[in-house]
Design a protein around this ligand. Structure first.
Ligand code: 0O2
Length: 267
């Protein structure tokens, strides 16, 4: 394969990574704007680097011209969750989507790798539309908790440093760190409901405050200045009390005032 063709070959994979990131980030936004806990905390995406592709070509003993056939992870998405329980939810979300189909799944959460690696892997079939028409590609989605990701990131860089010759004492440290990660995830799961409650309240409050500020800003453009200053002072008072019910009540009343001025649709 000609070196200058790399970019052309990888372009649809970059498009897939960009699209998939937007779609999964939208799931986070949808949950948060509805005041709901999002099972997805963060989404990371990458197209495999050319040097990593070349390494895989060697490992798989295929030719460079066969990379699209042999490599499932040229496009890679990593979904980070807060809790182990969220992983199943994300897997279900992906299984139920109509814009991707599942080619294969690997459960390294319940079947940890000997290295201590834990993550849920899904290979999906996905179609991107390019100027040459639709192109069917595969992408790898790795789903894991923040804690699992911390371990995997450190271990990956050590693997890169030592290749096949990782010293035994480092391997042992990684193995015991992996056990500690399992325990950490379990302990976090035990207080999951409380953490979710706290985060939900925070998100609900943030949404209400954002609605209020939006209304105040819109009213500034059309309403009587003295009235706006009164509303603003009232808002600071309610905000200082910090009670969500009061803030929600204030927001509803402000909606009615804004509706009177037809201010809600102003941008
Ligand atoms: P990179 O640099 O992250 O892309 P495959 O070679 O993918 O066809 P394999 O090896 O059976 O088949 O796939 P597997 O086990 O599902 O691994 C795919 C990816 O998972 C790896 O990609 C890593 O990103 C990650 N992974 C798997 N095992 C480990 C592990 O022990 N430690 C860490 N840190 N990550 C792991 P690449 O291409 O190997 O690496």
């Amino acid at each position: 394969m000609e070196i200058q063709l790399w970019r052309e070959i990888l372009a649809p994979y970059q498009l897939a990574v960009d699209e998939l990131k937007v779609k999964f980030e939208h799931i986070i936004r949808e949950h948060r704007s509805a005041g709901l806990y999002s099972p997805i905390e963060q989404v990371i995406g990458r197209v495999k680097s050319i040097s990593s592709i070349l390494e895989k070509v060697q490992k798989k003993q295929c030719s460079i011209n066969q990379i699209e056939e042999y490599l499932d992870d040229i496009a890679g998405i990593r979904i980070i969750c807060q809790f182990v329980e969220d992983i199943d939810k994300v897997v279900d979300i992906i299984r139920n989507r109509e814009d991707m189909t599942i080619k294969s799944e690997k459960d390294y959460i319940n079947h940890m790798k000997p290295s201590g690696y834990r993550s849920y892997h899904m290979i999906i079939n996905y179609t991107v539309n390019t100027m040459n028409g639709p192109k069917h590609i595969r992408a790898e989605i790795q789903i894991r908790t923040l804690a699992m990701n911390f371990w995997a990131t450190i271990e990956h860089s050590l693997q890169y440093k030592y290749k096949q010759n990782m010293p035994a004492h480092i391997r042992e440290k990684l193995s015991s760190a992996s056990e500690a990660i399992i325990q950490l995830d379990e302990e976090m799961s035990a207080v999951r409901d409380e953490i979710m409650d706290a985060q939900n309240s925070f998100q609900i409050k943030a949404n209400i405050v954002s609605d209020i500020l939006n209304n105040i800003q819109n009213l500034y453009k059309i309403a009587n200045k003295r009235e706006i200053i009164k509303i603003q002072d009232e808002f600071y008072k309610v905000y200082q009390v910090g009670d969500i019910e009061q803030l929600a009540h204030f927001s509803k009343q402000l909606d009615i005032i804004a509706e009177g001025y037809r201010a809600q649709s102003l941008s």
